[in-house]
Design a binder for this molecule. Structure first.
Ligand code: PLP
Length: 393
């Protein structure tokens, strides 16, 4: 069985492009061109150069000694938090801005939850001198205020999404609406492995640099290029897709995906899609999503804006259904405590999203000889307000 996408744009039963007619020309143009453009040597050269000189790649693979001692296993952190702009999102936005330029687009739109993708998009638009409009839920605008200021400083226009739960899902709806109204000159930079085909595959390929580096970096540390486990948090699933990518078909490497259980899986305030979700269509792809019995999307909740999404990308729906990845859920409380633990043990303040992945060590035990790589998807600067409130700092 393959865990990668097939030529029709599906991961098993999931994926495809369920889009309104108005969007078809845009999505089709991208579908016909993305692989061709990505394969061009000029494109590769420019992409890799920017990842190196602008983003600061490769990001370190850091052996977390004190964390490893605490949990009696070998823990490595893939330090995406050290990238320019503070998360893995920039890998994808660099790729997509180069793609947009090759397609002759000069207006860029994006959705954002935590604001990391909005910042990463505003950053590459400044870099390339392109217009940038970011849609963001009203709630997220409040809880991630520093990132809103960053986007504005970088020259982007931030438009609040005021419908639904006023978070990521609603921002995505607004961005899609904009794209329908501006089909010719606009490229929509989607921030995760979600959306209609070819987005999930394109974003996964841009993020695949993460597992490519893990392979050679682990070889330097351990003399072997495959870990026993890769752990990543899953909102839409892009940092996980990047960290898994080169291991997808190597079943020696066990994959753990961590979702946000909010105030508890069955509390009614959760974003644990694998447990609560059913098959359905959201934002242009068939996947697992949280919905009511009559198919209305359930409003999700998580303390972490980046995981506050009612679905997962189609790759992850497939990994879940086939059992290739094991899905776990972590509550707000568990994540916050794991985040603070990393601060005290390793001197690293993680994003609250990434803290969800770290909380796995309290719920699962590993063998002393296991090599466990955790995707540290982002840094905690943007979350200071939330940390301050939670721990009364
Ligand atoms: C956006 C974000 C996430 C969640 O998005 P994925 O596409 O699931 O990776 C996780 N961590 C950080 C730091 C983020 O900014």
């Amino acid at each position: 069985m393959s865990y990668n996408i097939n030529e029709r744009g599906y991961y098993g039963d999931f994926g495809g492009a369920y889009i309104p007619e108005m969007l078809y020309p845009n999505v089709e143009e991208l579908r016909q061109n993305y692989l061709k453009i990505m394969a061009e040597s000029e494109f590769q050269k420019e992409f890799n150069q920017l990842l190196k000189d602008y983003v600061g790649r490769p990001s370190p693979l850091y052996f977390a000694k004190r964390l490893s001692e605490k949990y009696k296993t070998k823990i490595y952190l893939k330090r995406e938090d050290l990238n320019h702009t503070g998360a893995h999102k920039i890998n994808n936005t660099i790729g997509q801005i180069l793609m947009a330029k090759r397609l002759g687009k000069h207006r860029i739109i994006a959705e954002t939850g935590a604001g990391q993708h909005g910042v990463a998009t505003a950053t590459v638009c400044a870099l390339m001198g392109l217009e940038c409009i970011v849609y963001m839920g009203e709630i997220d605008i409040t809880r991630q205020a520093p990132n809103v200021a960053r986007m504005k400083m970088l020259g982007a226009t931030v438009i609040p999404a005021k419908s639904g739960s006023r978070t990521l899902k609603d921002a995505t709806n607004e961005a899609i609406r904009d794209w329908i109204n501006n089909p010719v000159d606009t490229h929509y930079i989607i921030g995760s492995v979600v959306g209609p085909h070819p987005y999930p595959d394109m974003v996964a390929r841009f993020q695949a640099v993460v597992s490519e580096e893990i392979q050679w970096q682990l070889h330097e540390h351990e003399g072997k290029s495959e870990p026993d486990y890769v752990i990543a948090c899953v909102g839409g699933g892009s940092n996980a897709a990047g960290a898994y990518y080169h291991f997808l078909d190597n079943t020696n490497v066990k994959l753990l995906a961590v979702e946000a259980a909010g105030k508890g899986i069955h509390s009614g305030e959760s974003a644990a899609t694998s447990v609560l979700g059913k098959e359905g269509i959201i934002h242009g792809s068939k996947t697992l999503l949280m919905q009511t019995n009559d198919g209305q999307i359930t409003e999700p909740y998580s303390i972490s804006a980046g995981l506050d999404y009612p679905g997962v990308g189609p790759m992850h729906a497939h990994l879940y259904k086939t059992g290739r990845a094991k899905f776990l859920s972590v509550t707000d409380e568990e994540a916050m405590s794991a985040g603070l633990d990393l601060c005290k043990l390793e001197g690293i303040i993680p994003a609250i999203e990434s803290s969800h992945a770290l909380a796995v060590f309290e719920k699962t035990s590993f063998n002393p000889t296991d090599i466990v790589v955790v995707s540290l998807s982002g840094r905690g600067d943007k979350d200071l307000e939330t940390y301050i409130k939670h721990f009364k700092l």
